[in-house]
Design a protein around this ligand. Structure first.
Ligand SMILES: Cc1cc2nc3c(=O)[nH]c(=O)nc-3n(C[C@H](O)[C@H](O)[C@H](O)COP(=O)(O)O)c2cc1C
Length: 191
């Protein structure tokens, strides 16, 4: 896939087949994040890769899915849940750019996953204290985001914004996702 094809394909997925994500792909994701751009090259990010099936299962109730959908639609049921996680942490004091570093690294990882056929959901609505305790994350590492990972089991399509201008994503009867994106005319100025 070209980068442009990846940019289209790299959507959020919330239901997954139960096929295991290869360790090599998880390692490549963190490798590509490791060498990403970083403000002042301070590299404040740390990663916890979660593959152990017991830990993966124990993490599931600590995640909050799809704020825009009813729970029974947006939350993956048993047999649909992610099969691996990468917890993105920071070490040290935040700078104004810590969030930028996180965004660059996370998108690098989701694109790498997508290149390998693996879908992802970037998750901020997470019970981080429980995740930190479960995974015995070092006290100096602050968990900030979770990447939920697995082979996608639904489609996700970009659409135009509806007449009412709302950006809420929605699903059809098959629970395939439709994700409205603002048009270039609405968000870009050329000078
Ligand atoms: C920083 C960040 C945090 C997010 N947190 C959650 C979350 O906690 N739960 C969830 O289901 N989706 C979460 N998402 C996924 C967004 O809902 C999703 O990116 C958005 O609906 C657009 O869909 P797309 O990723 O397919 O373009 C998050 C996305 C980002 C970038």
């Amino acid at each position: 896939m070209t980068l442009t094809e990846l940019a289209v394909a790299c959507r959020t997925y919330r239901r997954f087949t139960q096929e295991e994500v290869p360790q090599e792909l998880l390692a490549l994701m963190v490798e590509n994040a490791r060498i990403s751009n970083s403000a002042m090259n301070q590299q404040p990010l740390r990663y916890v890769v979660v593959r152990d099936p017991e830990l993966v299962a124990a993490m599931q109730p600590m995640l909050h899915w799809a704020a825009k959908l009813p729970k029974e639609i947006g939350t993956p049921k048993e047999g649909e849940q992610p099969t691996a996680f990468i917890v993105v942490c920071t070490e040290g004091r935040d700078t104004p750019y810590t969030g930028v570093d996180m965004g660059i690294a996370v998108r690098t990882m989701t694109l790498t996953a997508c290149e390998g056929g693996v879908g992802s959901c970037i998750m901020g609505a997470v019970d981080f204290p429980k995740v930190a305790a479960l995974l015995e994350i070092p006290a100096e590492w602050k968990p900030r985001l979770v990447l939920s990972l697995g082979y996608p089991d639904h489609a996700s399509v970009i659409t135009d914004l509806p007449e009412n201008g709302k950006t809420d994503y929605y699903v059809n009867e098959d629970r395939d996702y439709f994700v409205p994106k603002r048009s270039q005319e609405d968000i870009v100025l050329w000078r």
